[in-house]
Design a protein around this ligand. Structure first.
Ligand code: ADE
Length: 425
């Protein structure tokens, strides 16, 4: 449904889904105590009064809480989807109907619609951009450089976006501050590792209902997302094989107890392949050629180019939907390869993304990073900025408090010792 009145500008699937969305957003909120505290403070202090903010995120129950917190803080906030397949249509409906937040996101939207929504995010003339993957920022720089003057800064959620921002800085086009949310400890240690680990396997199981115990699962990439995925796959009884291009990560995988193989050797033995590299075509023609009949491939990296689906389609005589988010490619050779979620993030396409308890910390970082940009308007240099350590530590403390877990503090003697260099052996 599309509406263009100034107050209720939106493009969502069906506003009648709002009550279901509201119920699910409330459920997620139970696991998001840190963001709730931030929202309550924002409601008092209104740090975003007069600020136009465009957020490009996966439109989920957790993102709803971020959007609600930003609006409570006075932001004129607009939300678009950061992936064509990750939107929860009931959540999008609820944000429009119950919170008056303009949302442009429909699960299954085509690429043209996705890019049109990116343009709508920029039509909003944002002072702050919250990005997940850097598509809005890249489009701003490439197509609307005149709008950079409106921008206080951007915040970036994910590893892929950070890699792109670094490349922009290297090329001299990142001329404004960008807060690196992904690399905050309270973000990537939990969201990338435990969030991706659990939600990726959740997506695979919801899509296929296959038993994972005893399967050979090939985890492609051993960054934080790969570590979490491998850990959880092992927990479900799979034989986990890791492939890597980074020698240090490969040693980590070996010492974490996984078998490490080049993809050429992993391809013929894997039953299920999960890509989490951030790079393109890590599974490609030569690998499909040697895979077992019925091998399943899926991706949990940000973009849908990790698996070379174009080449797979060229090798196929037939592509059949066999279950929701599950397509069987029958090849000339007679065998078939099964692709989940069209090669898009399987955890968000077939499941609900990372659980709320980890997104609580990720989005606490987002909310505080956006506030930091506004508070330091005009004072920050162009380029990437880390989340201040005090902010990161405080999010961890609030999370521990909410979990009812106490920790020790340094004694004065320990404090003095740890800050001095004079006493050694
Ligand atoms: N990225 C991964 N999981 C997510 C979630 N549940 N909400 C928003 N962004 C996400």
């Amino acid at each position: 449904m599309t509406a263009t009145s100034p107050r209720l500008k939106h493009e969502v699937k069906d506003l009648a889904l709002a009550p279901l969305g509201r119920q699910r957003i409330e459920w997620a909120g139970r696991e998001m105590p840190v963001l709730r505290q931030i929202r309550d403070r924002f409601a008092q202090e209104k740090p975003f009064a007069g600020i136009r903010l465009s957020a490009c995120c996966h439109v989920t129950t957790e993102t709803a809480h971020l959007a609600i917190a930003l609006k409570a803080g006075g932001a004129d906030a607009l939300l678009i989807a950061s992936n064509p397949l990750s939107t929860q249509d009931d959540v999008a409906a609820c944000l429009v109907a119950d919170y008056d937040i303009p949302v442009f996101a429909i699960k299954g939207e085509d690429n043209d619609t996705y890019h049109r929504h990116v343009q709508i995010a920029l039509d909003h003339r944002p002072n702050i951009i919250i990005d997940d993957g850097s598509d809005v920022v890249a489009t701003l720089i490439q197509q609307r450089p005149h709008q950079i003057a409106d921008l206080i800064g951007t915040t970036e959620e994910t590893t892929t976006g950070i890699v792109r921002l670094r490349a922009m800085f290297r090329d001299g086009v990142l001329t404004f501050p960008a807060m690196n949310v992904n690399d905050a400890d309270t973000k990537h240690f939990f969201d990338n590792r435990y969030g991706t680990g659990q939600s990726t396997l959740d997506g695979i199981i919801r899509a296929t209902n296959v038993l994972l115990a005893g399967k050979n699962i090939v985890v492609v990439g051993y960054g934080w997302c790969g570590k979490g995925t491998a850990l959880r796959a092992r927990g479900l009884g799979a034989n986990v094989i890791v492939t890597e291009i980074d020698p240090i990560r490969a040693i980590e995988a070996v010492m974490d107890g996984f078998r490490v193989l080049p993809m050429a050797e992993a391809a013929p033995v894997g039953d299920l392949f999960i890509t989490v590299t951030g790079n393109k075509h890590v599974i490609r023609g030569e690998h499909f050629d040697v895979m077992k009949d019925g091998a399943i491939v899926c991706n949990s990296g940000h973009f849908d180019l990790e698996i070379d689906l174009k080449t797979l389609a060229e090798k196929a005589t037939e592509v059949k939907n066999v279950r929701p988010f599950t397509q069987e490619y029958r090849l000339n050779s007679g065998k078939s390869i099964v692709v989940l979620g069209e090669g898009r993030l399987i955890n968000l396409a077939a499941a609900e993304g990372h659980p709320s308890a980890v997104m609580d910390m990720s989005f606490a970082n987002q909310a505080l990073a956006a506030e930091y940009l506004v508070k330091n308007k005009g004072k920050l240099q162009a380029g990437l900025h880390s989340i201040p350590t005090e902010v990161d530590q405080n999010i961890a403390l609030l999370k521990l408090q909410a979990m009812g877990i106490e920790i020790d503090t340094l004694t004065p003697d320990q404090h003095e010792y740890i800050n001095s260099w004079t006493s050694g052996t």
